[in-house]
Design a protein around this ligand. Structure first.
Ligand code: NAD
Length: 534
């Protein structure tokens, strides 16, 4: 039997990753399809695939999305997503995932390598000795110990460099206006609230920001001007964050003692005036080029793509709120629960939704709840939009359908619950409420529906019955289901007062037929009966 999914891999990923993909899908590997010459072929082929895995060469743009028919995931083995039009992907509900964590250690270690190599002239000495010469005084370097290292961008890589260089006895200062003070404290990095302040105090400066409009050329001639004499620079982030032109000037006039550069303004770069200077150490963008990083990237992207195809949470999706491993562990049960709670409304009522109001109480309010909200919307829209709705486009589709969204977070205990999620779905003609919670085993439960207190685990096949609460109804429903050969796993009745309306929730073992529902509706005092599949 063929696999359910087809995955196209157009650029190299580790064999381990390919093997993992093959467990779940038909995998076709063709590196030529990443080239401009073979682009027409790629555009023709893409309609056959559910996922494509690329690195930085294959262009994933509107034209490609237009040519695709089944594409659900774009996997970027690596970090930068310049070659992918993420907005177009989001519009079409295509998940774009990358592997930002897989090469952080490798990139940090290379930045440190460039720092050490330049301060001790390792590269120059190597070339010198191999040319048949021997001279010790020529290569007098400087120690790192006791020096000030300025880190610009205290993200994944910047923070790794910071902690590692502290073990060399360096004082580390940092500039990153987008992170909390808490993070500086955690990494023992002295916070500078302006780039100038960092620049003036640093003996070494290493940049670790992404490439953005703001960061391109953020260190230019003016910044180099105010640096310490004999400053040493590292750029293993993205070419141009420190202007090459400015480095050249600083090297020429002696202000900069040395520089280590892994990334270039134009890549590949075969010729650059900086290459004429021995004290400029260059490497051809090899920050991620280690065996470990390559394996990590391959395995991670395979996992991400498979999760996306299975409709599971994709931790590294760039067009979704990202979750780290710890956040995923704590929030996954809520995400699953919200998907199910969302799925109920449209299976019971046809009334178009105008507003969804979600309130998170207690412990859950302290956590990352964006994905849980998205999961509710995905569940809500699934019965009406079908499989086109997913975690990526649920919010956008809800917006397009004019569904207003409101979220509240309250840290206090609510109605005796230490954690609770309540949802109010306002339709054109009625308001539906549902609340959920987690059991001690971390399983999702419905604890309230339409004002009735219940304690029900949502399951794949359910029947909801609205009836008048008079003696005999429950028995007749049981008998009717027995006649229809439907096995009841669990059953609960939510009611307020005898003789009033009650809502019955039944977990059953199998899909419920229309005939069964008709039979239930005919039972005396039953108002309606609906099958719900979650
Ligand atoms: P990250 O997103 O974890 O961290 C980037 C940090 O930069 C964030 O904390 C952000 O707040 C900060 N930042 C953004 N704009 C800033 C600004 N204007 N001023 C100061 N700080 C700013 O990213 P990361 O994974 O640590 O990657 C850092 C860089 O390294 C990226 O450019 C990435 O592409 C590059 N990288 C290079 C290689 C390589 O082969 N040389 C490998 C991996 C990553």
């Amino acid at each position: 039997m063929g696999n359910q999914w087809k995955i196209l891999v157009t650029e190299r990923i580790a064999e381990e990753g390919i093997e993992m993909l093959k467990q779940e899908a038909d995998v076709h590997v063709d590196f030529e399809l990443s080239s401009d010459e073979k682009r027409p072929e790629l555009l023709k082929e893409i309609k056959n695939y559910d996922a494509i895995i690329v690195r930085s060469k294959t262009k994933i743009d509107r034209e490609l999305f237009d040519a695709s028919e089944n594409l659900k995931v774009v996997g970027r083995a690596g970090n930068g997503i310049d070659n992918i039009e993420v907005k177009e992907a989001t519009k079409r509900g295509v998940v774009v995932a990358n592997t930002p964590d897989s090469n952080t250690i490798s990139a940090a270690e290379l930045a440190i390598g460039l720092l050490i190599a330049q301060s001790r002239n390792i590269s120059q000495a190597n070339t010198y000795i191999k040319s048949g010469k021997w001279e010790r005084n020529k290569f007098k370097g400087s120690e790192l110990y006791g020096k000030v290292l300025g880190i610009v961008g205290l993200g994944r890589i910047g923070s790794l460099v910071a902690t590692r260089m502290q073990s060399f006895g360096m004082k580390v200062i940092g500039y990153d206006p987008y992170i909390q003070d808490e993070r500086f404290k955690r990494f023992n990095v002295e916070k500078k609230d302006a780039l100038d302040k960092l620049i003036k105090e640093s003996d070494f400066i290493s940049v670790h920001t992404p490439r953005t409009e703001e960061t391109m050329g953020m260190i230019g001639e003016d910044e180099i001007e105010i640096m310490k004499e004999g400053v040493r620079l590292v750029n293993a982030a993205r070419g141009g964050i420190i202007s090459e032109q400015a480095i050249l000037k600083g090297i020429k006039n002696g202000k900069i003692a040395s520089a280590g550069i892994d990334v270039h303004e134009v890549e590949p770069c075969y010729d650059n005036p900086l290459y004429e200077y021995d004290n400029v150490i260059v490497t051809p963008h090899i920050g991620a080029s280690t065996l470990e990083a390559q394996q990590n990237v391959g395995v991670t992207i395979a996992n991400q793509v498979i999760s996306a195809l299975k409709g599971e949470v994709v931790t590294n999706a760039v067009n979704l709120p990202t979750l780290n491993r710890d956040e995923l562990i704590t929030t996954k049960p809520y995400i699953d629960l919200m998907d199910k709670l969302g799925g109920i409304y449209y299976q019971l009522y046809n009334d178009p939704v105008e507003k969804v109001e979600i309130s998170y109480y207690g412990n859950v309010a302290r956590q990352e709840t964006d994905m849980a909200t998205i999961a509710f919307l995905k569940g809500l829209l699934s019965p009406v939009v079908g499989e086109h709705v997913n975690y990526v486009n649920a919010k956008m589709l809800a917006e397009q359908r004019g569904i207003a969204l409101k979220e509240n977070k309250k840290m206090d205990v609510f109605n005796g619950y230490t954690q609770l999620i309540t949802v109010k779905v306002r339709g054109k003609n009625k308001t539906f409420t549902i609340s959920g919670n987690l059991s001690s085993k971390n399983e999702g439960k419905i604890v309230e529906i339409e004002g009735y207190e219940v304690d029900v685990e949502p399951s794949e096949f359910m029947i909801f019955v609205q009836n008048i609460d008079v003696p005999g109804v429950i028995g007749k429903i049981g008998t009717t289901l027995a006649i229809e050969n439907v096995n009841i796993a669990k059953m609960q009745v939510g009611r307020n007062k005898p003789g009033e309306r009650a809502l019955m929730l039944l977990n059953v073992d199998d899909i419920v037929s229309k005939d069964t529902l008709d039979a239930l509706t005919k039972v005396e005092n039953v108002i309606w009966a609906k099958a719900v599949r979650l």
